[in-house]
Design a protein. Structure first.
Length: 176
């Protein structure tokens, strides 16, 4: 219970940031072999375009997320996490009010527990989270974003116990 209160307090403070500073909010749901996950995140766009001479250009954003994991097996723990991830996004110019993209992010995450299930121990509370995703932005002013992510968490060898954990995720974002 103490960890839930801490995570909710941090996320409340994060969400209480002036709304003009936040460019978007997203809901993420996912599933993996060992656990299910859900998260809420806020994003700050970098407002930069690199290699913008053709139809495709490179941009990015910061993503701050609060997550919840539920292990699937015997001895499953409720895990709460907080993460920050810089994300590079390769986007195409708008086609009929749709903008396709692919993205890559590698960030830092802190988890409330090291054990997902009796047979899945992550080794440390600190994990690197990397994802590869694809999706589309659409709607008036491209305000909506629907995407798929393959998400991997690992402590990158900081502990000798480093099995990692993977999720297939669906992400829905609304841009302000």
């Amino acid at each position: 219970m103490k960890n839930k209160v801490k995570l909710l307090s941090v996320f409340y403070c994060m969400a209480a940031t002036p709304s003009y500073a936040i460019d978007g909010i997203a809901i993420i749901v996912g599933s993996g072999q060992d656990a299910n996950t859900m998260a809420i995140s806020v994003q700050w766009d970098w407002e930069r375009r690199w290699f913008a001479e053709g139809d495709w250009w490179l941009g990015g954003y910061w993503e701050l997320d609060g997550s919840y994991w539920k292990g699937k097996d015997h001895g499953a723990n409720d895990i709460y996490g907080l993460g920050i991830t810089p994300v590079l996004r390769l986007q195409r110019s708008t086609i009929n009010n749709i903008m396709p993209y692919i993205e890559l992010g590698i960030g830092a995450h802190v988890l409330s527990e090291k054990t997902v299930n009796d047979d899945k121990r992550l080794g440390t509370n600190f994990q690197f989270g990397d994802h590869l995703g694809a999706g589309i932005r659409f709607g008036q002013d491209l305000s909506y974003d629907l995407g798929y992510r393959f998400q991997h968490y690992s402590n990158a060898g900081l502990s000798s116990n480093n099995p990692g954990i993977n999720f297939h995720e669906l992400r829905i974002r609304y841009s302000f």
